[in-house]
Design a protein around this ligand. Structure first.
Ligand SMILES: [Ca+2]
Ligand SMILES: [Ca+2]
Ligand SMILES: [Ca+2]
Length: 189
């Protein structure tokens, strides 16, 4: 396997395997740079690391990859079996850890920098889902964090917070139909 370096421009780039570039989505390094970029790694299961740089970026990720939104209001979507590392960076970031399908087996996506202060949200997008389908518990591992479970399957580990820090709400009330959002439990003064 050859590690390919993929560089975006200062403008909005669309980056995905096989699209005008030589990278194959295995062991690659991606730097999208400034601008509102779109990075689609949803078909990739291969240890890709992507950094979207500044701007309001959209990243789709499959399994076993690491993505960084960087500065700006980013949207990170997990499409696949999980096991990804998700970092939003500064800004109001959305971490969509379930999109249309719940994996059949637990495979935690780790959200490294969920912020209780920046307006970050964790999204569960699934038709017919209700708030009671989403359960948040404290992680039992040595590093702490909170575990998000959807329909009995553990889908995300939220580092740096505990279960009581987070609230589960129906997204329909605020413009996100067919979704559940996880937000800070109480406004931080
Ligand atoms: Ca760019
Ligand atoms: Ca960017
Ligand atoms: Ca960000």
């Amino acid at each position: 396997m050859v590690q390919t370096l993929v560089f975006g421009s200062a403008q909005a780039d669309i980056i995905e395997p096989g699209l005008g570039s030589s990278f194959d989505g295995i062991d690659d390094l991606i730097f999208a740079g400034a601008g509102n970029d779109f990075i689609d790694l949803s078909t990739v299961d291969g240890n890709v690391r992507a950094n979207a740089g500044s701007g309001d970026d959209i990243l789709l990720v499959g399994s076993q990859n690491s993505i960084v939104g960087g500065p700006g209001n980013d949207q990170l979507f997990v499409v696949g079996n999980g096991g990804n590392t998700l970092t939003g960076g500064a800004g109001v970031d959305q971490f969509w850890v379930v999109n249309g399908e719940v994996p059949s087996t637990p495979n935690l996506n780790v959200i490294t920098d969920y912020s209780l202060l920046e307006g970050d949200v964790i999204g569960i997008g699934l038709g017919g889902i209700t708030p009671t389908d989403v359960v948040i518990t404290d992680s039992q591992n040595a590093f702490g964090g909170a575990i998000v479970s959807v329909l009995g399957v553990d889908v995300a580990l939220v580092a740096g917070v505990t279960a009581v820090d987070l609230a589960v709400i129906d997204g329909a009330g605020i413009g996100f139909n067919n979704s559940i959002l996880i937000i800070p439990n109480a406004p931080v003064i």
